[in-house]
Ligand binder design. Sequence first.
Ligand SMILES: Cc1cc2nc3c(=O)[nH]c(=O)nc-3n(C[C@H](O)[C@H](O)[C@H](O)COP(=O)(O)O)c2cc1C
Length: 407
Amino acid sequence: MTSEELGLCNIEDLRQIARKRLPRPIFEYIDGAAEDGIALRNNREVYRSLNLKNRVLRDVSRRSTATEIFGRKIAMPFAISPTASAGLMCDGGEVALARAAARMGVPCTVATNSLTPMEEIVEAAGGNLWFQLYMWVDKELRMAFVERIKAAGFDTLLVTVDGSVGANREHDRKSGYAMPLRYTPKLIARVLANPGWCLRVLAPQYLKRGPFRKANYPAEFSSKLTDKPTDHELTKPDTQCWDDIKRIRDIWPGHMLVKGLQSWEDVVLAADNGMDGVVLSNHGGRYLDSAPAPLQVVPEVRRAVGDRLKIIIDSGARRGADIVKAIAMGADMVMSGRPTLYGAAAAGEDGAYRALEVFQTEMNRVMAQLGLNRIEDISPHVFWNPPDWVPRPKDARVVEQIDLPTR
Ligand SMILES: Cc1cc2nc3c(=O)[nH]c(=O)nc-3n(C[C@H](O)[C@H](O)[C@H](O)COP(=O)(O)O)c2cc1C
């Protein structure tokens, strides 16, 4: 039976199945956020607060969500965000995500902290794969790692820069899922309380590959989830600065982006330092709890940098309508992390594909309801009575003559 026939209509349905199929600490690790969850909630609330104007009696029979990014065609302006430990969702979780993305025709970003080696994912899934880099403290090892990413065949590199210090995720500390992992009686009891996951995910992992490891780490690093990191392998150094980015730019021939920016000032610096794009992201609410939703900062960022680089956003997208809203706000593309993780936990590769299908079919339907045929037609015209921070349509005069109700 397909996931649609099973009644999995939307991302929230997949989330509810994931909640049942994962041990509680692992579900909380993917679902939860930093501190009080303010940014997590705001990410959703901002999307939900924007109304769209329907338009009727337009021929929308030729509509398409397809577009392109960095010279490659994609099925919709969407990509899978990098997520550490996707391998905990289902057996070979990272390959499941990458295959789902290749089937749909959208990019998938492989994380530095993936539990499957990057070369294995490329081999098993192919498709339009991007790589997310956390910079090692040791500069030589860092550069060697970049060379390895290049040799593996990736052409788009996305450097995550918002984690200069570890996140304050209190729920992980309470549930026992904080890194390095400690096999406390509480954690063991909670994992064993889900024998289905132990059979589906844990047992095949141990039989085929041994304990879970950060599989991309160089051999000289200890990489089991239970290992305490040494100073060398720290991936969140608080010394990082634009010079580090410049050094990588000098040796990376492909497209390069920085991820985790929230201010127009930093995006201007990204453009000045030769980036091809930025991912505006608050890490899905997992780092700075008082961060704005990336959707809210798109207009000021676009005003500051114009078309000098691609503006991609993630954090909070759960509906096809959200992608339309982000593009109308001025973004080039949307990424998302948790939805395909929920899908992979619910039903492996098919579940991750279902998450992508939900985004795509919803986006296609909303475009028809708004009277739009092409991604290029999506503009601020689609918003009904938007708040002040939303850009006005270029011919807004017509609208301003009408006495609009205020919210
Ligand atoms: C379980 C999990 C692990 C993540 N690991 C990483 C990571 O290793 N590197 C990174 O740049 N972002 C990581 N992120 C953040 C995502 O790339 C993305 O910014 C976030 O999920 C977007 O929010 P959304 O889940 O609401 O779409 C992770 C997110 C989750 C949920």
